[in-house]
Design a binder for this molecule. Structure first.
Ligand code: FES
Length: 580
């Protein structure tokens, strides 16, 4: 990729050939208003707010215009400002302005644009406000609310769902002034093939699609004197939470997070990293068994519930290739309701298990009928990172930043570096590889492996490992569209893998639909690097070295892949294509 030089507002800038002017400007901290641009999506050019002028060429939109050698770009002048202001006024005139009580207050692209253009409520009076449409809020999804009154018709959710995730649960309907984004035929969301990845929330520039909060149920449990309320936190939460309290992306605040959870009133605080270790033990055994028998290979990982939903909807013939291991969230739920409850002399209904997850799909995973003990859900409530932020703000406020670090409770608060890695894409397969090679080689194999991009397959990397007379080929895929492409190639015999890890979100759980919004690629990379750093600094980096995992097999599960382990920690899947 060759480098080019050009200028924005007189500032000399270097960029890679093919970069758009908008992406370069944003990377260099030069603000150009934009609504329909998102760094994960191909350029669309719908809102016209990113207008700029190129000296000698005239006005153009910056999100679709590539930077070229020697260009002189102007981002503001009276003509540009006038065009932008008209476009912005028309959009805002159609939009609710209840900013103070909106969940996206201070984190809304439209609000930024109004501020940048100096637009005030009284400026909009000359435009006939159309908010009187008062369209009903769609509350049908288990994952999110859809408020069409806050939709700016940028189409980001439609493109994300269709082009990136290959699902297509949302689309434009009607024409002219009646145009809306909605599920096909206006069906309720559960009647669509929505897999719950929540990436539509991540790419929405306003509050048209927002996470469905479950915090009321958690507060109620915390106030119930008859409940023991236990919380587990997923690895990816600890590297994103700080951003909501003024910290930089990738700042790790595990200790403060645990302290805050203690202040909120949780009786026990456990780390999902522990149950991720348990998942690795079971999945490694399952993988080696399948490899030996040559059955149901490649084994597809099943930790990502949006991916599991996707296979159930779109590729039901591959269900027998999904790992039968429960996800770490559900393994922790089973551990607490089936083992811990008995050990403590409690019944499953005496315990209320809360998960803090970076993921919206985890909300429905917890409600699956397979994950119940004596008729009671193993995980009672799932809250996302922003929901935890909301709870902390309600009870602790910004004093969060001065909390003394605290530690997870023992024994389910101790996980290996491999388990922490589950928080970003590649983590599950890396953890399984560590244990597979340990078991096959019997020695101390290296802990880190290089994954290289697979040519012709976006968002896909691979590693080829040799151990004894075996060669093991592993693929790691991010986004469901990329997974679909790989599945087609596997079916056609164009590629061959033994293990395929799929994460629905672009960099795995750290960029899940239940995470604080990420506004640039750099922030996403910082979260990934932070998790890798935690793994590298961990005293115990492999699952087989976690003494508490040994203990849990000794006391409860007997050995990996045992009958008890299969009964309590594995699951089944169901084809569920909806009727069109
Ligand atoms: Fe360029 Fe919308 S951001 S047209």
């Amino acid at each position: 990729m060759s480098e080019i030089a050009f200028s924005i507002d007189g500032l000399k800038i270097k960029a890679n050939e093919g970069d758009t002017i908008l992406s370069v400007a944003l990377k260099h901290g030069i603000y150009i208003p934009h609504l329909c641009h998102h760094f994960d999506l191909p350029p669309f050019g719908g809102c016209r707010l990113c207008m700029i002028e190129i000296e000698g060429r005239g006005l153009t939109i910056s999100c679709k215009t590539p930077a070229e050698e020697g260009l002189k770009v102007i981002t503001e002048n009276p003509e540009i400002n006038k065009i932008r202001r008209i476009a912005a006024e028309l959009i805002i005139a159609d939009h609710y302005t209840d900013c103070l009580s909106c969940v996206r207050n201070t984190n809304c692209r439209l609000q930024d644009i109004a501020t940048h253009s100096g637009i005030k409520e009284e400026d909009l009076q000359h435009l006939k406000r159309r908010t009187v449409r008062n369209l009903p809020m769609d509350e049908s999804s288990p994952y999110f609310y859809r408020d069409p009154n806050k939709c700016v018709l940028c189409g980001n959710c439609v493109r994300e769902c269709g082009e990136i995730q290959n699902v297509g649960a949302l689309d434009f309907a009607y024409r002219g002034a009646e145009i809306q984004v909605m599920p096909a035929f206006g069906k309720p969301m559960p009647e669509t093939e929505c897999v719950g990845c929540g990436q539509c929330i991540q790419v929405c520039p306003t509050a048209a699609i927002t996470i469905k909060y479950q915090t009321d149920a958690v507060w109620a449990a915390l106030k119930d004197p008859n409940k023991r309320v236990i919380v587990q936190t997923a690895p990816a939460v600890r590297v994103a939470l700080a951003e909501e309290f003024g910290g930089k992306p990738g700042t790790i605040i595990t200790g403060k997070m645990v302290a805050a959870l203690r202040r909120l009133g949780f009786d026990q605080i456990y780390d999902t990293t522990f149950s991720a270790d348990l998942t690795v033990m079971e999945e490694t055994t399952e993988f080696l068994h399948r490899l030996e028998k040559g059955e149901n290979i490649p084994l597809f990982t099943s930790c990502c519930p949006a991916w599991v939903n996707y296979v159930e909807y779109f590729h039901p013939d591959l269900l027998n290739q999904l790992s039968t291991c429960r996800s770490p969230q559900q393994m922790m739920g089973a551990l607490l309701k089936k083992f811990y409850a008995k050990q403590q002399g409690l019944s499953p209904q005496d315990i209320f298990v809360v998960s803090v997850m970076p993921c919206t799909a985890k909300k429905s995973e917890a409600q699956r009928p397979e994950f119940r003990t004596q008729g009671i859900a193993d995980v009672d409530a799932v809250i996302s990172t922003p929901e935890l932020v909301q709870m902390i703000r309600e009870k602790i406020g910004f004093a969060f930043n001065i909390l003394e670090d605290d530690c997870y409770d023992s024994p389910f608060g101790f996980g290996s570096g491999a388990g922490v890695g589950f928080g970003s894409s590649g983590g599950v397969s890396a953890a399984v590889i560590r244990t597979v090679l340990y078991k096959l080689s019997g020695g101390k194999p290296p802990l880190d492996y290089a994954f290289t991009p697979v040519e012709g397959f976006p968002n896909t990397t691979e590693a080829v490992l040799s151990v004894g007379d075996k060669t093991i080929r592993i693929a790691m895929v991010r986004t469901l569209g990329a997974a679909n492409k790989l599945i087609e190639a596997l079916r056609a015999g164009e590629v061959c893998y033994h293990l395929v890890e799929v994460m629905a979100c672009p960099a795995g759980c750290i960029s899940g639909g239940g995470q604080p919004l990420i506004n640039n690629i750099q922030a996403r990379q910082e979260r990934v690097q932070a998790l890798q750093g935690v793994d590298q600094q961990q005293r115990v980096r492999t699952v087989q070295d976690n003494p508490f995992i040994d203990e849990i097999y000794r006391q409860w599960l007997e050995k990996p892949g045992s009958h008890v382990a299969h009964h309590d920690l594995h699951t089944t899947y169901t084809p569920r294509r909806t009727k069109n």
